[in-house]
Write a protein that binds this ligand. Structure first.
Ligand SMILES: CC(C)[C@H](C(=O)O)[C@@H](O)C(=O)O
Ligand code: SF4
Length: 420
């Protein structure tokens, strides 16, 4: 069996294979300030004839505010107020505007573990596959059903296995690997499949880098992006979940059936850049070098962790941000922000002329601040570059690793970080 088949077998109480339909018990459900209000409305709609309008298990639901924080409009403020009230009435954990981006906060606070079936009303919920969970994005109305019943139906997905081997060159990171994979299979290459990432390159990645890889499974159409838990995962989780022990059951068996196994040698991989206006429009950095940029955004659930920001700080040293470039740095959570602060990097960035904001999604989805204007070019460490994603539909977004972003912040144009 694949790890996904094992997780759905546990969640449905019977042995199931890819292609079967199951009604599965949910281990954890996450919602946020954009999709939460509709889920709450849907929940009350489902419960309209019930006298007691209680969610199935408040201890298994997490509500976070991250997309529009602190409230940047009256509409956002109303959404926050409504969700705070719901969380309080139901006894649900509610991380408020200061805590950070959902996909960073969920694993960081110990809400996810290997073998879990996790749903979130956000497409990048696949990020928690980095800890060996089956974790996937669902819509608000599905979330309403989960609030009410704790169950949801699924088709057990087939699995496409990515075997990634080879030692990455200096200044080449997991972001370059996942961009390369997405460019190779295309935006629909893993549609409704669980992407399973394996091989020596993945095994040697710390959790922060694994999260980047799992996070972007959805950009190839994947239902999940799973990395089997190992000692690295165990160490990360032991710091967050009391008495956590690694269970060897949660991995794909030898002889498990895959829809496809794809092999990659990344030892010579160049830094990669996704070009406007699709995530699978991926080119080696050499092909876009010299493209002038107006704004560089380092952050998001994809690459807003301490390790990502540290790469930028170290690469920039005492150098200032290039003239006419806005460098926006947004740590993905309060915890990550504190690490950046204690390391002295915030002072360094402020001296360099960068802008450092408190944890949130920022301009990632174009729904809050830091937007691009007509004709402007943005380089971001986030995960999407669709037309208008970071502001004006007449702007252009490129995606890269934090190292490429840092090199480009120094020169004002897209730059190969291996040259810095
Ligand atoms: C707001 C939310 C529905 C959306 C998602 O599901 O991914 C957002 O987080 C994004 O990254 O585009
Ligand atoms: S940081 Fe970006 S990708 Fe992640 S949840 Fe927020 S808007 Fe979505």
């Amino acid at each position: 069996m694949t790890i996904s088949e094992k997780i759905f077998s546990k969640a449905s109480g019977k042995t199931v294979k890819a292609g079967e339909f199951v009604l599965a018990n949910i281990d954890r459900a996450m919602t946020h300030d954009i999709t939460g209000p509709l889920a709450v409305e849907g929940f009350y709609e489902i419960m309209r004839d019930k006298e007691e309008k209680k969610v199935w298990d408040p201890s298994k639901i997490v509500i976070l505010f991250d997309h529009q924080v602190p409230a940047d409009s009256l509409n956002a403020a109303a959404n926050h107020t409504m969700l705070r009230k719901f969380a309080k009435e139901q006894g649900i954990i509610n991380y408020d505007v200061y805590e950070g981006v959902c996909h960073q906060v969920m694993p960081e606070k110990g809400h996810v573990k290997p073998g879990d079936l996790v749903v979130g009303s956000d497409s990048h919920t696949c990020a928690y596959g980095s800890l060996g969970a089956f974790s996937t994005g669902i819509g608000s109305t599905d979330m309403a059903a989960v609030f009410a019943s704790g169950k949801l139906w699924f088709k057990v997905p087939e699995t496409i296995r990515f075997e990634v081997n080879g030692k990455l060159q200096k200044n080449v990171y997991s972001k370059d690997v996942i961009l390369h994979l997405i460019g190779d299979v295309g935006a629909e290459g893993a549609r409704y499949q669980a992407a399973e990432y394996a091989g020596s390159t993945v095994r040697t990645m710390p959790i922060s880098e694994r999260m980047t890889v799992s996070n972007m499974a959805i950009e190839m159409g994947g239902k999940a992006g799973i990395i089997e838990a190992d000692e690295v995962t165990e160490k990360y989780l032991q710091e967050r979940i009391p008495d956590f022990k690694l269970d060897p059951h949660w991995k794909s068996d030898e002889g498990a059936v895959y829809s496809e196994v794809r092999e990659y040698d990344v030892s010579k991989l160049e830094p990669q850049v996704a070009c406007p206006h699709n995530v699978d429009n991926v080119k080696p950095v050499g092909e876009v070098e010299g493209t002038k940029v107006d704004q560089i955004f380092v952050g998001s659930c994809t690459n807003g962790r301490f390790e990502d920001i540290e790469v930028v700080a170290k690469m920039m040293g005492d150098e200032p941000v290039a003239k006419d470039v806005r460098l926006l740095i947004i740590p993905a959570s309060r915890t990550e922000y504190m690490k950046v602060l204690k390391a002295g990097y915030i002072e360094q960035f402020m001296e360099a002329g960068a802008i450092v904001e408190s944890p949130c999604c920022g301009p990632c989805m174009g729904g809050s601040f830091g937007l691009l204007g007509d004709g402007e070019v943005g380089l971001a460490t986030s995960n999407r570059n669709f037309k208008g994603r970071e502001g004006s539909p007449q702007s252009f977004v490129y995606l890269s690793s934090p190292a490429t972003a840092a090199a480009s912040a120094l020169t004002g144009e897209i730059t190969d970080p291996r040259k810095i």
